[in-house]
Design a binder for this molecule. Structure first.
Ligand SMILES: *Cc1c(COP(=O)(O)O)cnc(C)c1O
Length: 387
């Protein structure tokens, strides 16, 4: 089937069938890996095909074409990590530019903003963002970019992508959405008006906790060229082996996200009945519709343990056996994380406590194991810390 015809198929079919290296002549059902750093040219200055793999590589291109289609974009770029992809977006800014972003953000993103990009005189304002007018109020004449994450990490705040991008457009401000938690199967930021969709592909796109990668997807060709410049001229692109692994991962993205969602809903049901649980942070809780057009909740659940100090919460996090105590998320295996000492430890305590990342907060990445085993595991962990 031609690629053109395949691009008109449904998401699930495209996730499985796109991502081939065109005309590789082998008739292989799955894509090959092209590790070559360089390519034979027909004459000096010939740029009609591949030239050098920092510019473009057949395996990476196969992946990027598939990702562009799944996000309903036109161009995708794969980077060596989610943070490298974020940095490529900021490579388009200039000293003095101002960015409005969210208080609740992945800790490493905030660290890049505060400890790296501020050195280049990029200025940041952090807003709650659940009310889109927060973005409007923070705009200055230097604002160039809205950077959002939805659901946010780890408090699962939902941001109205359509409303925020509409505000951005009236002020000539680009909107980028970190779509790591939802994935394009559940939420398509570009269809909601965003200019850039970003992923830490180390999470659900890879899906098996076996690669580190980042992705940017855009619709606009001019923006694509600017970001492509960042990719090839700055040089943090993804290598072909990881590109191939991600291609394998995305073939099952839709099946995984459905099971992650079913399992996480059952876990939230249980947490609601658990007397030691205080707050639960989850998209679409209490059967309420999810307000930002996500089609299902995904696999991330955070909650706080009632009256628990640091030691007790640490003990809880160390008392599961199916949930593995580890950073990261989005793999088939369930993980448990203590944000205050792990993923969000780089944020000063006063700052994180103020917006809700307290010492008694636990974040679960609910995997696709049998739900009964996950529920028993959590029950046992609560029993271990009962007073
Ligand atoms: C992990 C993560 C990142 C950073 O991605 P890396 O692949 O670890 O560099 C960015 N945003 C979110 C929401 C994440 O969870």
């Amino acid at each position: 089937m031609s690629d053109e015809k395949m691009r008109r198929k449904n998401f699930e079919t495209r996730a499985i069938h796109l991502g081939h290296v065109p005309e590789d002549g082998t008739r292989s059902v799955t894509p090959g890996i092209y590790p070559s750093s360089t390519y034979r040219v027909e004459y000096p200055g010939d740029e009609s095909g591949y030239v050098y793999s920092r510019w473009s590589n057949p395996t990476r291109k196969a992946l990027e074409d598939a990702l562009a289609s799944l996000e309903n974009g036109t161009r995708a770029m794969a980077f060596s990590s989610g943070l490298a992809a974020i940095n490529a977006v900021f490579g388009m800014l200039r000293p003095g530019d101002h960015v409005v972003t969210l208080t609740d953000l992945y800790g490493g993103t905030r660290r890049q903003f505060e400890k790296h990009l501020r050195n280049f005189e990029i200025d940041f304002t952090y807003v709650d963002g659940r009310d889109p007018s927060d973005f409007e109020k923070a705009i200055t004449d230097k604002t160039r970019l809205f950077w959002l994450e939805t659901p946010t990490n780890p408090l699962m705040n939902l941001i109205d992508i359509e409303a925020v991008t509409a505000i951005g457009k009236t002020h000539d401000i680009l909107t980028a959405v970190d779509n790591t938690f939802a994935t394009p199967y559940i939420q398509k930021p570009l269809d909601l008006g965003a200019d850039i969709a970003h992923h830490s592909a180390s999470k659900y796109l890879g899906g098996h906790c076996d690669l580190i990668a980042g992705v940017l997807v855009v619709k606009d060709e001019e923006l694509a060229e600017k970001l492509y410049f960042q990719q090839y001229a700055v040089g943090a692109q993804l290598n072909p082996f990881e590109a191939w692994l991600m291609l394998r991962g995305i073939k099952t993205l839709h099946v995984r996200m459905e099971r992650h969602s079913v399992n996480s809903m059952k876990i939230v049901e249980y947490l609601e009945s658990e007397p030691m649980v205080d707050k639960i942070y989850y998209p679409g809780q209490d059967g309420k519709p999810i307000p930002n057009k996500m089609t299902m909740p995904g696999g991330m659940v955070s909650f706080t343990i009632k009256d628990a100090d640091f030691e007790r919460v640490k003990k809880f996090a160390m008392s599961t056996s199916v949930f593995v105590l580890a950073e990261s998320l989005g793999g088939v295996e369930s993980l448990i994380n203590h944000p205050a000492s792990m993923t969000h430890a780089s944020i000063p305590k006063e700052v994180r406590e103020q917006y809700g990342v307290t010492d008694n907060l636990i974040r679960l990445s609910v995997g696709i194991e049998h739900i009964d085993d996950l529920l028993i595991d959590l029950r046992e962990a609560f029993a271990a810390v009962k007073k």
